[in-house]
Design a protein around this ligand. Structure first.
Ligand SMILES: O=c1ccn([C@@H]2O[C@H](COP(=O)(O)O)[C@@H](O)[C@H]2O)c(=O)[nH]1
Length: 271
């Protein structure tokens, strides 16, 4: 998917919501556990109930890998279902990959060619030759971890390296990578106060912002500093939406939570 198509969808739906499909079998409604593929059944119902309110879906691959081959099959069925039924939505494999060049190429093939995701999250720690193989794919997007939502982000990411915080070095250096137009960045909603500085370095890039809802990040604060001419934000909520109810009404309850966020986004876009 091109960035222009993503932006058009945001305007059409008046939403920049990304729903995280982090499926934990201990948290989904019990009646689904009798189904052949409970994870896929859960995802399908959530997607069908929310696709008009969200512009992106983000399965975190850890929640699928934890269930071995069955979990990977559920991930494959979920992305196939999204691409077949809702081709307008932007899909993110939250896999946080990155390795030496030839290995990164294989990771990129796995997520862009085999599973046909629009994007994948990548850790910047191994540098240019670990990131550029992902960037080589046309109309696919590499979402680089810049300033993460967790407390441990302060261990390294905000540390001064040669006169500048490490996360700023990541932003600046990555702009020089080949095909850097295919880059987006992860910035945690819990770090909203840093977004003004981030926007000075990457004014035009899309930011994937996890951390509203369960982690306590504030949507208004993120938008205050993060919105740009193309909106430029994808705000993720996972647990806050998909586990709104553990009863038979789980998909309806998820849609109600998604609607609350979409309405706030619509108001922000109109203001
Ligand atoms: O900095 C980061 C990077 C990724 N995540 C992921 O986003 C979701 C957040 O889930 P919630 O339930 O809405 O808290 C999850 O998959 C994380 O692994 C992040 O939170 N922060």
């Amino acid at each position: 998917m091109t960035t222009q198509e993503l932006v058009a969808q945001i305007h059409e739906k008046q939403s920049f919501l990304c729903i995280g499909l982090d499926v934990d079998l201990n948290k989904i409604p019990k009646h689904l556990l009798d189904k052949e593929d409970p994870i896929f059944e859960f995802n399908k119902a959530i997607i069908d109930a929310t696709h008009h309110l969200a512009v992106a879906y983000k399965p975190n691959t850890a929640f699928y890998e934890a269930y071995g081959i069955k979990g990977w099959k559920s991930l494959e069925k979920t992305i196939t279902y999204l691409n077949a039924n809702y081709p307008e939505v932007f899909t993110i494999a939250d896999a946080k990959r990155g390795d030496i060049g030839n290995t990164s190429t294989m990771y990129a093939k796995a997520f862009f060619e085999d599973l046909e995701f629009d994007s994948v999250t990548v850790a910047p720690y191994m540098g240019k030759d670990s990131v550029e193989p992902f960037l080589a794919f046309e109309n696919k997007h590499t979402i680089l971890l810049a300033l993460t939502s967790n407390q441990g982000a302060f261990d390294f990411q905000t540390k001064n390296v040669e006169g500048k915080e490490l996360y700023k070095q990541v932003l600046e250096v990555s702009k020089s990578y080949k095909n850097s137009k295919n880059l987006m960045y992860v910035v945690g909603a819990t770090k909203a106060e840093f977004i003004g500085e981030i926007r000075k370095i990457i004014p035009d890039s899309f930011l994937l912002v996890p951390g509203v809802g369960a982690q306590g990040g504030n949507l208004q604060e993120v938008c205050r500093y993060g919105l740009n001419d193309q909106v430029g934000l994808l705000i993720n909520s996972s647990r806050g939406i998909i586990y709104a109810s553990d009863g038979a009404d789980y998909a309806k309850a998820a849609a109600e939570k998604a609607l609350e966020l979409q309405k706030q986004m619509e108001n922000i876009l109109k203001s």
